[in-house]
Write a new protein. Structure first.
Ligand code: KIV
Length: 262
């Protein structure tokens, strides 16, 4: 555990950007790993982009473990991080038990959403020797209470709370911290305030690294793309194109074979 904290602190000192993407299945994980990504997160965004739920609040531990096992089978070099779903870390002891299940499923580290409020949970996980990635800012597991995916750090008190969260997760032993849709200026302040890398998603360019949901990056979930994402590919269009070509080829062939004498 200490080694991973040291490794990521050193990366930050050297100014090396941390790259992270999500994966939920074997082929995607293997392709990302072969591309040289640092971290593969089996995110609970699984619920939305793979399982078709409205948000991440319906994702179960069994679903996360099933997909973590698939990802782990495809990865040789990247760090596989398992995302602990809602209601699986209510108390520190439960957080440790859940984290151990992710490790048994093939993850090398875990993530859960929360800052100061979860310092004891995080400390229990890191004390158990399990590497931990923090997640502060917009917390999708609380989207319903928060009334949507809203930018965090707009007010002085929100900004101060975020900096306190970042310091708390660092003290509790996190090796890195995801900042989700945080005002870029505040993300920059957090980045300067702590010695572990900040990994931004929709939080500007001043973070020590970046993470994205792969489906957003490759255009595989065309029904919704967050404003801050610039897709690098249009995989959904390719799937539709290939499916249409197959349908046409198949129907065309049957039309030909039904012709008398053919
Ligand atoms: O679940 C997820 O994919 C995440 C990332 C958005 C950071 O938590």
């Amino acid at each position: 555990m200490t080694n991973l904290v040291e490794k990521y602190r050193e990366m930050k000192k050297r100014g090396e950007k941390v790259t992270a993407l999500t994966a939920y299945d074997y082929p995607t994980a293997r392709l990302l790993d072969e591309s040289g990504i640092d971290i593969i997160l089996v995110g609970d965004s699984l619920g939305m982009v793979v399982l078709g739920y409205e948000d991440t609040t319906s994702v179960s531990l069994d679903e996360m473990l099933h997909h973590t096992r698939a990802v782990a089978r495809g990865v040789k070099s990247a760090l596989v991080v398992g995302d602990m779903p809602i209601h699986t870390f209510e108390k520190p002891a439960q957080a440790v038990a859940t984290a151990k299940q992710f490790i048994n499923a093939g993850a090398q580290a875990v993530k859960l959403e929360g800052g100061v409020s979860h310092a004891a949970h995080i400390e229990a996980i890191t004390d158990a020797g399990i590497p931990y990635m923090a997640h502060i800012g917009m917390l999708p597991q609380h989207v319903r209470e928060q009334g949507g995916y809203k930018v965090k750090g707009k007010t002085q008190s929100e900004a101060e709370a975020l900096i306190a969260d970042a310091r708390a997760v660092e003290k509790a032993g996190a090796f890195s911290v995801v900042l989700e849709i945080v005002v870029p200026e505040i993300a920059k302040q957090i980045t300067h305030a702590i010695s572990i890398p900040t990994i931004g998603i929709g939080s500007g360019e001043q973070c020590d690294g970046q993470i994205l949901v792969t489906h957003d990056l490759i255009g595989l979930f065309p029904w919704f793309t967050p404003k801050f994402v610039s897709p690098e590919a249009r995989v959904a269009d390719e799937i539709r194109r290939a499916a249409c070509a197959f349908i046409e080829r198949t129907r065309g062939a049957s039309a030909v074979s039904k012709r008398p004498g053919v």
